[in-house]
Design a protein around this ligand. Sequence first.
Ligand code: CS2
Ligand code: MG
Length: 402
Amino acid sequence: MKITDAKVIVTCPGRNFVTVKIVTEDGLYGIGDATLNGREKAVVSFLEDYVLPMLIGRDARRIEDIWQYLYRGVYWRRGPVGMTALAGVDVALWDIKAKAANMPLYQLLGGRSRDRIMTYTHANGSDLESTLKAVEKAQAKGYKAIRIQCGVPGIDKVYGVSKGGKRYEPADGDLPTEESWSTHKYLNFVPSVFEAVRREFGPDVHLLHDVHHRLTPIEAARLGKALEPYHLFWLEDCTPAENQEAFRLIRQHTTTPLAVGEVFNSLHDCRTLIQEQLIDYIRSTIVHAGGITHLRRLADFASIYSVQTGFHGATDLSPVCMGAALHFDYWVPNFGIQEHMAHSDEMESVFTRAYRFDDGHFVPGETPGHGVDIDEAEAAKYPYKRACLPVNRLEDGTLWNW
Ligand code: CS2
Ligand code: MG
């Protein structure tokens, strides 16, 4: 089954998405997401100038060999740009293989391990009152797990909180906009938010929170401890994780479950975190970590150490990634939860989807392949528009982690 064509489709129906499309000699094709938020064109160049020409004439059935060729075979391994490009190719090939077998992708992976996939959504507000309203709305939609982000009194613009009643989209400027941060104000305030949410909504709903890399390890330990009475499902990215050993300190102090890894692109980024059981959930997902082929290895490794998956699923991961992720979630034995931030109607008009939402859960659908397709005519209506992720500064002007 020779590959005869491979191309990249870039579209911006409200935000930029990069899609790899691979076509074989018998007319079967597959697509994969290769979107790297705020750096989309770097991946497009990587694919168009280097990777895609190498695919022509290869046997599309040899997914593993192609993966090794593009990983082991290039001198410059890993990195977000390379691993996102590799993921786009890998998912397109799995899509083709599953279509050729006339099976939904999860069947090829080993069949389903569960009936439905629990997903969490976001509830955010500029103050406590609007945050509580957002939680109520999320529950009304059926979500059983809700990520809570709330504006902090005295801080102007905070991560995860939408501005002016608009949908939350982090890449909000042609050049990076600036947010501000005060650890002191945040740490004093945030436990009271979770106290209020538990008081209002009771013990059943799963609560999550994303610190988005803002704290030092000892500050993260303090927060984890302070949140223990509110039984979080997880506390995410409480400190930057380049230094994996930093999590030893946090772990010694708190039983709040920890999730890390949406910015990781390989198993090597989280080997210590997993092996020493310093985290509970691994967030790395298909599009940024080398596709299904690599994620399968990562998840199997994590399962030995009782670490569960919790795939990143913000809007900057396209419906193509969501479709592939849901097939993976259906199969993977050590599944934890799947993030879901709804795409807009405009975004959904470009991608047809077999996956379905029902009562806080998803199912991937029974369409052969991963069940997501791109309408190229619709995609062409929305040309690329540069959009960058914000940067973050402390109140004295020091550049900080966003
Ligand atoms: C996030 C994202 O969903 C999450 O947990 O951390 O909002 C993240 O900021 C964006 O995906 C960045 O592109
Ligand atoms: Mg996050």
